[in-house]
Design a protein around this ligand. Structure first.
Ligand code: CU
Length: 189
């Protein structure tokens, strides 16, 4: 993983809590690197992916609440929304409506010939991550609010939208965001 050793410590730390929930799906390399960098209890929480009960998951998720919602519980998914990513730097659909409180499963597929990702966040957060991606284009992202996909791959993000308003999503691969690879979720009341 070129570059990751050079990442600011605070940046990595802010990632760990979000990353731990997808512990099992991390590629071996990314996991090893993150474990090497991790020094505290957040990885103990990560281990819960292997065995703790439902209540623990709820608590952990609640602690990961963001201004645009929180990782969703698969058991609460009422609706799946298919999102296609393409090499013309577009998401289809690019505008999505959900209700406040709704837990949505985004079924994301990459119809292109190059890697793309679907990242949910505030515009500010996405743009901050994008600046990081420009510095470290090979960074591995595997967090509950995003999925990164090779050509022909399909993945998912399960997210609960807890606040009404607008939530952005984007592909943060270098050049893609500027080319307009972005969209918006409108969260109704
Ligand atoms: Cu892209």
């Amino acid at each position: 993983m070129p570059g990751i050793d050079a990442l600011p410590f605070s940046f990595i730390r802010s990632k760990n809590d979000m990353t731990s929930i997808k512990f099992r799906s991390l590629p071996a390399l990314g996991l090893a690197a993150l474990l090497a960098l991790s020094t505290s209890g957040s990885w103990a929480a990560g281990a819960h992916a292997g065995g703790h009960g439902h209540a623990d998951h709820q608590d952990h998720h609640a602690s990961m609440e963001t201004s645009y919602g929180k990782p969703g519980d698969a058991a609460r998914v009422k609706r799946s929304i298919e999102v296609v990513m393409s090499d013309d730097m577009r998401f289809t659909p690019a505008n999505i409506q959900v209700k406040r409180g709704e837990t949505v499963r985004f079924v994301v597929s990459n119809a292109g010939q190059i890697r793309h990702e679907f990242s949910l966040g505030t515009k500010q957060e996405l743009e901050e991550h994008y600046e990081q991606m420009k510095k470290f284009p090979d960074m591995v992202h595997d967090e509950p609010n995003k999925v990164s996909l090779e050509p022909s791959q399909q993945g998912e993000v399960i997210w609960q939208f807890t606040k009404s308003g607008k939530v952005d999503f984007a592909c943060l691969h270098v050049g893609h965001y500027e080319a307009g690879m972005k969209g918006q979720v409108s969260v109704g009341k």
